[in-house]
Design a protein around this ligand. Structure first.
Ligand code: FES
Ligand code: FES
Length: 191
């Protein structure tokens, strides 16, 4: 039987422990041992970015990292991005307002990546946004609304996000700062 190791780490602000085999992936530790299934696994080869979580604040691919390597570190998964009372983070709000998701499979990875991106670069240019999300693949959205979501999140984080952007009325009109194509995607989502 494979030797196992006790791994102690902090996940979403809470100390957690698990006994795992040496080759247990961090993604499997999170999903299977700790029950945090918000972290998605797509390719398991470091290509798609779906499994991205924050390790001490930096985005990492949890499918490429052994759980034992995360011992003693602080991991933030998509479950940890919202406020403790469940209020969505600005990045989560922006993705909702700007229709940055359709099936949502890639979304946890994008949310973690964008959270780190905006912490590092609060006002990214278009090129910086494109580069910042280039490691995350989405099969649904065509990326336009994801890019808009990143800019919208930057607005929300800087406090210049406008008023009432999350109301259905504003989502339809695009007045929440997302631009016109949000409407096109909303139609696609509903069909
Ligand atoms: S599942 Fe980790 S990068 Fe695709
Ligand atoms: S929203 Fe479906 S893969 Fe991105």
């Amino acid at each position: 039987m494979a030797e196992s190791f006790e791994v102690a780490l902090t996940v979403n602000g809470t100390p957690r422990t698990a006994r795992v085999p040496a080759r247990r992936l961090l993604s499997d530790l999170l999903r299977h041992d700790l029950g945090l299934t918000g972290t998605h696994v797509g390719c398991e080869h470091g290509v798609c970015g779906c499994c991205t979580v924050l390790l001490d604040g930096d985005p990492v691919r949890s499918c490429l990292m052994f759980a034992v390597t995360a011992a003693g570190h602080e991991v933030t998964t998509v479950e940890g991005l919202a406020e403790p009372d469940g209020t969505p983070s600005p990045v989560q709000r922006a993705f909702r307002e700007c229709h940055g998701l359709q099936c949502g499979f890639c979304t946890p990875g994008f949310l973690c990546t964008v959270t780190a991106l905006l912490r590092e670069t609060p006002r990214p240019t278009e090129d910086q946004v494109l580069e910042g999300i280039s490691g995350n693949l989405c099969r649904c959205t065509g990326y336009q609304n994801i890019v808009k979501s990143v800019h919208r999140a930057a607005d929300l984080l800087s406090g210049s996000g406008g008023s009432g952007g999350s109301s259905p009325r504003n989502e339809l009109s695009g007045s929440g700062g997302c631009g016109g194509s949000a409407r096109r995607n909303e139609t696609a989502e509903e069909s």
